[in-house]
Design a binder for this molecule. Structure first.
Ligand code: C2E
Ligand code: MG
Ligand code: MG
Ligand code: MG
Length: 292
């Protein structure tokens, strides 16, 4: 009986496993060429200040349009890029693109915005990372605080020593650091204190059920309190409803991003989005701006 079950289980799962790994192999191979074939692109999601609705900046998010398989999620291809080491050239490209876009928006007289860029733990382990970022900033002429580095909490903990060294060099460059997906990993609080990260990004899993789950509300309140006491800003991720937004504003969260405002957009569409809402540049003055 057991033997039979084992065999049928094997027969049931084997083809699926084979499909999985051949997709992985294919993606890994194709990713090598994706950059030069122009299949990678950045989209941008607004970060909005809750106090007055001002557009403060954007987060750059990577997209891969595969010629045959269609769009591939970063959740699928970033881990592949990390194991193959491709994340290093890709990450460099992302930083370069993102800063160029910021320069274009500056030149258009729109902004000044901040640009948040996600970095992987593998990039953080690279001792030349800060040097490379410093060079990109010098070449672009952008002030260091216009860039913001997002590092996930779990990434930060994979290699605390290497991460700490890189954070130290970024701090010397005066590039702010945000801890992404905060609350889902295992950060030590002493580490937050020591590194004076600029921002905690409250993971969307706590924001999703704010209206229904008292535990989530307690966690979000605690994170906002912690951030306030340590002089950090809070950003709520994954805000999708007006109710979530109202609750977060009421409880002192500083900023938010999420589908409630917009999905991540290509640069041109982001610009149109912001202009249509009068969010671009200086806040509106005169009768319509008064009291808002
Ligand atoms: P993340 O940095 O935490 O980014 C937030 C993710 O939530 C994005 O998914 C975004 O599209 C999505 N999102 C935004 N608002 C909402 C919302 O209201 N509801 C829901 N359900 N989702 C929302 P995306 O773009 O698929 O990226 C997934 C993850 O991939 C990112 O999570 C980040 O960890 C990683 N990633 C993306 N771009 C890069 C990159 O250039 N470099 C590295 N190393 N990682 C990246
Ligand atoms: Mg992020
Ligand atoms: Mg996140
Ligand atoms: Mg606060």
């Amino acid at each position: 009986q057991a033997k039979q079950e084992g065999r049928s289980t094997f027969r049931f799962y084997a083809p699926e496993l084979r499909t999985q790994s051949s997709r992985t192999l294919r993606l890994q191979t194709d990713l090598r060429l994706a950059l030069e074939r122009g299949q990678l692109a950045l989209v941008y999601q607004p970060q909005v200040r809750l106090g007055d609705g001002a557009l403060l900046g954007v987060e750059a998010l990577l997209r891969w349009q595969h010629s045959e398989l269609g769009p591939i999620s970063p959740a699928e291809f970033i881990p592949l890029a990390e194991t193959s080491g491709l994340i290093l050239p890709i990450g460099e490209w992302v930083l370069h693109q993102a800063l160029q876009q910021l320069q274009r928006w500056d030149a258009a007289g729109l902004g000044p915005l901040t640009m948040a860029v996600n970095l992987s733990a593998v990039q953080f382990r690279d001792s030349r990372l800060a040097e490379g970022i410093g060079k990109l900033l010098r070449v672009s002429g952008l002030a260091a605080h216009r860039l913001e580095i997002e590092l996930t909490e779990s990434c930060a903990m994979i290699n605390p020593q290497g991460t700490i060294a890189t954070m130290e060099s970024l701090r010397r460059l005066q590039v702010p650091i945000a801890i992404d997906d905060f609350g889902t990993g295992y950060s030590s609080l002493s580490y937050l204190k020591r590194f004076k990260v600029a921002k905690l990004k409250i993971d969307q899993s706590f924001v999703r059920d704010l209206h229904a789950d008292p535990d989530d509300r307690a966690i979000v309140r605690a994170v906002i309190g912690l951030a306030d006491h340590l002089g950090m800003r809070t950003v709520a991720e994954g805000v999708e409803t007006a109710e979530q937004l109202a609750w977060l504003r009421e409880h002192g969260c500083d900023q938010a991003q999420g589908y409630f405002f917009t999905r991540p957009l290509p640069a041109d569409a982001l610009q149109t989005w912001a202009q249509q809402r009068n969010l671009w540049g200086a806040p509106p003055v005169g009768p319509t701006g008064a009291g808002s």
